[in-house]
Design a protein around this ligand. Structure first.
Ligand code: R1X
Length: 244
């Protein structure tokens, strides 16, 4: 029995699988889909539930906004005993081919944040586990709507300052979406011998003036979040069956 100091969950409560998301309210929404769901802890921005999907026990934990805080969550989940992590998040789009309401499965993330630079050398990849990514993509396609698989970029900046964020270059380099935590998830998972994947619901265009236009609280985004949650749960069932 070891209590994780920040998440406040115990090794006894760990599961092989975890779904992670930014918003504590979304963690509750995911847990509501589980059998035998119960809350384990709510410490700072980290809210953890456990429950079962098709007989597979999982954890659901919120990680807040931004890489540094999210990495604390990923590290402690893995230390507690989690082997597979799936991030269910939101992101900005780089293309009119996939507008708000589309889903993107991240195969790998550009490390454009600061946290992973303090963990691993330049050139170290932030890459998803291929089994997890493929299971997520297959389950997401069953949910309908636009679903794409490809590169995402993780930034530390949400509202821009005076420095330019090179959205145009990422777009030219075929990056599909921008968010803030996938690079940290993929690097921490690689470092600690766990596997990870991520799916994001697009909530607008990344290179628009966010301060003026950002509104993730629309029905279109809520529907996409519902589909990505179902995709993540479906992916866990697929992966557990592959291992049985
Ligand atoms: O990953 C990004 C961040 O966690 C996307 O949405 C959040 C900001 O609203």
């Amino acid at each position: 029995m070891t209590l994780m100091p920040i998440l406040q969950i115990d090794t006894e409560d760990a599961a092989e699988y975890a779904i992670v998301c930014g918003d504590p309210k979304r963690a509750a929404r995911i847990a509501a889909k589980l059998e035998h769901a119960r809350e384990l802890a709510f410490s700072r921005e980290y809210r953890t539930f456990t429950g079962e999907i098709d007989g597979v026990r999982i954890l659901v934990t919120s990680h807040g906004v931004g890489s540094a805080g999210a990495a604390v969550c990923f590290e402690e989940l893995i230390r507690a005993g989690v082997k597979t992590l799936i991030r269910v998040g939101t992101a900005g789009s780089y293309s009119e081919e996939h507008p708000a309401g589309s889903l993107i499965v991240s195969t790998a993330a550009v490390r454009a944040e600061g946290l992973t630079r303090a963990l691993v050398p330049d050139g170290f990849p932030a890459v998803g586990d291929s089994d997890v990514v493929n299971a997520l993509y297959a389950s997401a396609q069953e949910q309908g709507g636009i679903v794409k698989k490809g590169l995402t970029v993780s930034l530390d900046v949400f509202f821009a300052g005076v420095e330019e964020v090179p959205h145009k270059k990422y777009k030219q380099a075929a990056v599909l979406a921008v968010e803030m935590e996938i690079a940290a998830l993929y690097v921490v998972a690689s470092l600690r011998g766990a596997r990870a994947g991520a799916i994001v619901a697009l909530d607008g265009y990344a290179d628009s003036d966010l301060a003026a236009t950002y509104d993730p609280h629309t029905n279109v985004v809520a529907d996409a979040v519902e589909r990505e949650i179902n995709a993540a749960l479906g992916a866990i069932v697929r992966l557990a069956k592959q291992e049985a």
